[in-house]
Write a protein that binds this ligand. Structure first.
Ligand code: NAD
Ligand code: UD1
Length: 331
C-alpha cells in the first residue's frame, strides 16, 4: 500500500517524502512542477537511498488522478499541492481558488471513487485570522481570512469537515503550520523561490548571498520585545516528521486538527542576529514601514500535537538558521 503525496517535489513535500522513505513507506508523488523541479527527485534518492514513483500531473486533471489510483494501491494521501503566495493571491484570487479549492475537490472526488478516505491536509495558522491573542489554540476556531490564500485554506478546512459529516468513513488530519524555515541537513533540498522572495528567511538568504542589497524590516514599533514582528518559526524537518506522526495516528475516522509549531516566538531581529552569528555572515538591513496586513505577534500552542500525535519540534532557531544557509551554500 502506498501514500500519495501531492506537491511532493515542493519545499515541505520533499522533506516529508524523505521522512516517509526513511520509515520505509512506499511513496508516490504527483506534482505539476509549477513551483518545483524534477531534480528534487534525485536529491531525495541521494538522501534516502530509495526511489519513489513520480507523476508529472495536475491535481485538477481528473484523468491523470484516475490513472494514478488505477495503477497503484493508495491507502492515504498527504495533500501539499497548492499555490501559497499571500501577496500574489490578492492579485490573482481566481487562480488561487481554482488551484487550491477546485484542485482539492478533484482530489477528494478521485479518492472517494477509489475508496481511499484518509487524508492529511496542509493548512496554515493564517486560518485563525486575528483572534486578538498571540497564542493560537486549535479550539479557537477559524477567524476572518486576511487574504484570498488564507480564505482558500479556511474553505478547504470547512469542506473537509462537511465531507466527514456526510460520510463518517473519512479520516482527516488538518495540520496548521506556523512559519516553516530551514532545510534538510544534507543541504540537498530546501526552499528556493524564484525572483524576489516575500517571506523573511528566503529574503535573508538572498541578502547574505549578496543577491539582494538589504532586508527591509517591516516595522520596529510593534508592541513586542524589540518592536519587530514575532512569529513561531519551525524547522521544516520537524514539520515533515509531524506529518509522519499524524498519518500514523490516523487510525479512526474523524476530523483531527493540530497546530504544528514550536510554541516559541522569535522577532525579525532575533532571526537576523542568529543568522549572522551562527553562519558568520552579514545581513544588511534597514527599518521600513509596517507591511499591511501583518500582525505584531503570534505563535502556536503546540500542546495538542504533543498529547495526541506524540510529536514536538526538536530543532531550535540556531539549527534553522544554519540549515537555511547550508542549503544556499550548497547550491
Ligand atoms: P511549494 O510551492 O514549495 O510546494 C507546493 C508544490 O505543489 C509545488 O511543488 C508545486 O509545483 C505543486 N503544485 C501546485 N499546484 C499544483 C497542482 N494544481 N497540481 C499538482 N501540483 C501542484 O510550497 P510549500 O511551502 O511546500 O507548501 C506546501 C503546502 O503547505 C501548500 O499547500 C501551502 O499552502 C502549505 N503551507 C505552506 C506554508 C509555508 O510557509 N511554506 C505555511 C503554511 C501552509
Ligand atoms: C505569511 C502568511 C502565512 C504563510 C507564510 C508563509 C499571513 C497572515 N501569513 O506569514 O499564512 O503561511 O507567510 O508563506 O498571511 N518580514 C520582514 N521583512 C521581509 C519579510 C518579512 O520584516 O522582507 C517580517 C514580517 O513582517 C513578519 C515576519 O518577518 O513579522 C515573517 O514574515 P513572513 O516570512 O512573510 O511570514 P508571515 O507573514 O508570518
Amino acid at each position: 500500500m502506498s501514500i500519495l503525496v501531492t506537491g511532493g517535489t515542493g519545499y515541505i513535500g520533499s522533506h516529508t517524502v524523505v521522512e516517509l522513505l526513511n520509515e520505509n513507506k512506499e511513496v508516490i508523488i504527483i506534482d505539476n512542477l509549477c513551483n518545483s523541479s524534477k531534480d528534487v527527485l534525485e536529491k531525495i534518492e541521494k538522501i534516502t537511498g530509495k526511489k519513489c514513483k513520480f507523476y508529472e500531473a495536475d491535481i485538477r486533471d481528473e484523468k491523470a488522478l484516475e490513472k494514478i489510483f488505477n495503477e497503484n494501491k493508495i491507502e492515504s494521501v498527504i495533500h501539499f499541492a497548492g499555490l501559497k503566495g499571500v501577496g500574489e493571491s490578492v492579485e490573482i484570487p481566481l487562480e488561487y481558488y481554482d488551484n487550491n479549492v477546485y484542485g482539492t475537490i478533484k482530489l477528494l472526488e478521485a479518492m472517494k471513487k477509489f475508496g481511499c478516505k484518509k487524508i492529511v491536509f496542509s493548512s496554515s495558522a493564517t486560518v485563525y485570522g486575528d483572534p486578538g491573542t498571540p497564542k493560537y489554540v486549535e479550539e479557537m476556531g477559524r477567524g476572518k481570512a486576511s487574504s484570498p490564500y488564507g480564505a482558500t485554506k479556511a474553505v478547504i478546512e470547512e469542506m473537509l469537515e462537511n465531507l466527514y459529516a456526510s460520510d463518517k468513513e473519512w479520516t482527516i488530519s488538518i495540520l496548521r503550520y506556523f512559519n516553516p524555515i530551514g532545510a534538510h541537513e544534507s543541504g540537498l533540498i530546501g526552499e528556493n523561490p524564484n525572483g524576489i522572495p516575500n517571506n523573511l528567511m528566503p529574503y535573508i538568504q538572498k541578502v547574505a548571498a549578496g543577491e539582494l542589497k538589504e532586508l527591509s524590516v517591516f516595522g520596529n514599533d510593534y508592541d513586542t520585545k524589540d518592536g519587530t514582528g514575532v512569529r513561531d518559526y519551525i524547522h521544516v524537518v520537524d514539520l515533515a516528521i509531524g506529518h509522519v506522526k499524524a498519518l500514523e495516528k490516523l487510525t479512526k475516522p474523524g476530523v483531527y486538527i493540530h497546530n504544528l509549531g514550536t510554541g516559541c516566538g522569535y522577532s525579525v531581529l532575533d532571526i537576523v542576529n542568529t543568522f549572522e552569528r551562527v553562519n558568520n555572515v552579514k545581513v544588511n538591513y534597514k527599518i521600513a514601514p509596517r507591511r499591511p496586513g501583518d500582525l505584531a505577534m503570534y505563535y502556536a500552542d503546540p500542546t495538542k500535537a504533543k498529547k495526541e500525535l506524540g510529536w514536538e519540534a526538536k530543532r531550535g532557531i540556531e539549527e534553522m538558521c544554519r540549515d537555511s544557509w547550508n542549503f544556499v551554500k550548497n547550491k
